[in-house]
Design a protein around this ligand. Structure first.
Ligand code: PLP
Length: 376
């Protein structure tokens, strides 16, 4: 059996090697490494794929979030509501900009931010909400957009884990995740569903003015060469990454389908097991399974993690510590017990290998190992 990895980037590359190599060589032959034609082509194709007016490529997903918050003109002391169950980058940029992160609990079934908890957290200082489409599934965007409208708040979608997924409105119409709020952000970190061979990120918006601001901020706050009207950052997607991402964008739907196929295999093996809760299918979203994450019940989750690792494959914990209990984010406003669902999830979730190259032999091995542990 092929070694089981969390993501099989080599296996995926081999299938598209000719296309990728050709695209990279085209950039090498042009020597146009920064802001070259490959970046513009990828940007245009991603705009088309997502159905958004503007894509602003940048250096990574963290920068995408930071630039978005700067472009929205958020000021120190402004409160930004986000989820307590996410990767640290979401809160990191809020803190770095001296905005005030206001954390709220998540929905137990979908792991995504709870709109009712958002409502309870709103104060006169609240300026924005950052829903995170965790593990590949959209947050409850209609409810969140309604709250934003009522309280005049900006929405920045952290879409680093859900590119390609669809939000499904009550009337059945669909929009791509990241294209619903004022701004959407994504990451092209290699293990992401649309992953580069290095770092990368992008910002999406339908607002012309915001797009302009994001472009200026990402380019040192420069409007005319060497004239700096704003304090900005240096955040670029390079041409080689853009060229190969453009190739992979053509395969994104097929990659999402492959992830769903692996998730179906896992779901069939684990559904109805008294100690395992399979990922919920939120009716308002398609799922692109950036992660396949089980909730364990009455199981020593850490022992299970060790057991599966000893079987020869990774089974990581996303995430072991909620944001409000991270040392760097210690805050007198929060204490253990404040976000019971997040805390329960941090103590009981476990993720299984999830990528586009998993074969049946590997899936069978993984499911057998999980069942061996929980049936002990
Ligand atoms: C939810 C979330 N937000 C933000 C980021 C940051 O993206 P990057 O690693 O490209 O900076 C990531 C990815 O790691 C993420 O998963």
């Amino acid at each position: 059996m092929k070694q089981i990895q969390m993501v099989d980037l080599q296996g995926q590359y081999q299938k598209i090697k000719a296309e990728v190599d050709e695209a990279i060589h085209k950039v090498l032959d042009s020597s146009s490494y920064i802001n070259g034609p490959a970046v513009h082509q990828f940007q245009a194709n991603l705009e088309k794929y997502l159905g958004v007016k503007h894509v602003i490529p940048c250096a990574n997903g963290t920068d995408a979030l930071q630039i978005s918050m700067m472009a929205l003109g958020l000021k120190p002391g402004d409160e930004v509501i986000t989820t307590s169950f996410t990767f640290i980058a979401t809160a990191e940029v809020i803190a770095l900009l001296q905005l005030t992160p206001v954390l709220v609990d998540v929905d137990e079934a979908t792991f995504n931010i709870d709109p009712e908890a958002i409502k309870r957290a709103i104060t006169p200082k609240t300026k924005a909400i950052v829903p995170v489409h965790l593990f590949g599934q959209c947050s409850d965007m209609e409810a969140i957009m309604n709250i934003a409208k009522k309280y005049d708040l900006k929405i920045i979608e952290d879409n680093c884990q859900a590119i390609g997924s669809d939000y499904i409105y009550k009337d059945g119409s669909r929009k791509k995740a990241g294209g619903i709020g004022d701004i959407g952000c994504t990451s092209f970190f290699p293990s992401k569903n649309l992953g580069a061979y290095g770092d990368g990120g992008a910002i999406f918006t339908n607002d012309d003015e915001l797009a302009k601001q994001c472009r200026i901020i990402a380019n040192h706050g420069m409007t005319v060469r060497y004239y700096h009207d704003l304090i900005g950052v240096n955040s670029r997607l390079d041409s080689i990454q853009a060229a190969l991402l453009d190739v992979k964008l053509n395969h994104l739907d097929e990659y999402c389908a492959a992830r769903n196929k692996a998730a179906d295999y896992y779901n069939n093996a684990f559904k109805n097991h008294p100690n395992l809760v399979i990922p919920a299918n939120f009716e308002r979203s398609s799922h692109v399974f950036h992660q396949y994450t089980l909730v364990t019940k009455n199981v020593d989750r850490n022992a299970m993690h060790e057991f599966l690792q000893a079987k020869g494959f990774p089974a990581p914990i996303y995430y072991p510590v909620p944001l409000h209990m991270q040392k760097a984010y210690t805050d007198p406003r929060y204490k253990e017990g404040d976000f019971p669902i997040t805390e329960m999830l941090c103590n009981s979730v476990i993720s299984l290998p999830m990528h586009t190259e998993l074969d049946e032999e590997q899936l069978e091995f993984i499911t057998n190992a999980v069942l061996e542990f929980v049936n002990k």
